[in-house]
Design a protein around this ligand. Structure first.
Ligand SMILES: Nc1ncnc2c1ncn2[C@@H]1O[C@H](COP(=O)(O)OP(=O)(O)O)[C@@H](O)[C@H]1O
Ligand SMILES: [Mg+2]
Length: 345
């Protein structure tokens, strides 16, 4: 659906050159939700802006549905852009227009026949749950409601692809989740392909099928969300994954616990019965597992759990217990360091 190949973008300003994108390649399949995560300045917005040519790439290609968009005439580009909707962190609503008008005006501008506009505006405001706010002005809406108007506006053009640039970053956690659920509904019910960028791992975890991690204009890792969550390879990816599992262990606690045993992070995939496994370990081996912290959660629709366990006992016996756990399909990572007051490895 979206094929990005060796895409580069260099900004030249008085201060010098910035290579915001360096030969980025990725493919977003039809019907999937693809997330790009990275810290501020990684090049995410530049990447997404190159997909609808709000930004002209310096090199490389972007194909949408097989059409190379970087070489289109301005007339064909307008046509191609109609397939692509976009939502932003700042909503970009017209302040002096009502909710209804915010959706209707762009439709009018793109030449949708008058008799169709009313029907479309009503349909999409209904889908985002704002049918009763038609006559309100943006200033009378909450952040979540403003983003719903922006989503209705994007959907009203009946795009095949929705691009989202940090659409939930200005929202509180509950509102974030309600907007993410709306994006999921749009994806599932209308089959709209979504490419989103974010700096929040929670967004990836909740709705993305696949994820790419960006740093310094490059993609450093990509894969299916669950795979990336369970076995992050790049240090930046590991940092993002650990931000979800924020086990509050201080360096002093780690040091003290390691005197009597090992601290192990256990990862369970597609399994929810971890406690019996630990009970079996305690019975079978001369070790005492003590759960320090844990979380069972979902990555998109799949259950995924992580437990931080202190295994008290002799090193050899602990190793045998861990071997046993690995044979049960449980991943085991030794925790020996503690950094930044949250990172464990
Ligand atoms: N219009 C521009 N002119 C000059 N530099 C820019 C411009 N837009 C972005 N950059 C630079 O490109 C890099 C990537 O920016 P951006 O794509 O906005 O990152 P992100 O969205 O991941 O925070 C940054 O170093 C930023 O300062
Ligand atoms: Mg950005």
């Amino acid at each position: 659906m979206i094929n990005i190949h060796n895409l580069s973008k260099t900004f030249t300003s008085k201060k010098g050159k910035v290579d915001a994108l360096k030969e980025v390649s990725l493919e977003v399949k039809k019907g999937e939700i693809f997330g790009v995560i990275g810290y501020s300045g990684a090049g995410k917005s530049t990447l997404i802006r190159c997909v609808n040519l709000l930004e002209q790439p310096t090199a490389g290609s972007v194909q949408i549905d097989g059409t190379e968009i970087t070489s289109l005439s301005s007339k064909d580009l307008l046509k191609a852009r109609r397939k692509i909707g976009m939502i932003f962190q700042g909503f970009n609503l017209l302040k002096t227009a009502t909710v209804y008008e915010n959706v209707a005006i762009p439709l009018k501008l793109t030449g949708v026949p008058k008799n169709k506009i009313d029907e479309r505006v009503n349909r999409y405001l209904d889908i985002v749950g704002l049918a009763d706010k038609k006559d309100s002005y943006p200033a009378q809406l909450s952040g979540g409601q403003k983003q719903r108007v922006a989503i209705a506006r994007a959907l009203s053009h009946e795009p095949e692809v929705l691009l989202s640039d940090e659409a939930t970053s200005a929202l509180d956690p509950d509102t974030t989740d309600s907007i993410l659920d709306l994006l999921l509904k749009i994806n599932e019910e209308f089959g709209i392909t979504i490419l989103l960028i974010t700096h929040e791992m929670h967004v990836i975890q909740r709705i993305c099928d696949r994820v790419a991690v960006m740093e310094n204009g490059e993609i450093v890792e990509q894969g299916h969300t669950l795979d990336v969550f369970t076995a992050p390879k790049h240090p930046t990816t590991q940092k993002f994954v650990n931000s979800i599992f924020n086990f509050q262990l201080t360096g002093d606690i780690v040091k003290s616990l390691r005197k009597t045993g090992e601290i192990i992070a256990l990862k369970f995939i597609d399994q929810s019965s971890e406690e019996p496994v630990l009970a079996v370990v305690a019975k079978k081996f001369d070790v005492y597992p003590n759960i320090l912290s844990g979380m069972i959660t979902q990555v998109k629709n799949e259950p995924f759990g992580r437990l931080l366990v202190h295994f008290k006992g002799e090193t050899g016996e602990i190793q045998r217990a861990l071997h046993f756990l690995r044979n049960q399909g449980i991943q085991t990572d030794e925790v020996i360091r503690y950094e930044d007051n949250k990172r464990i490895s």
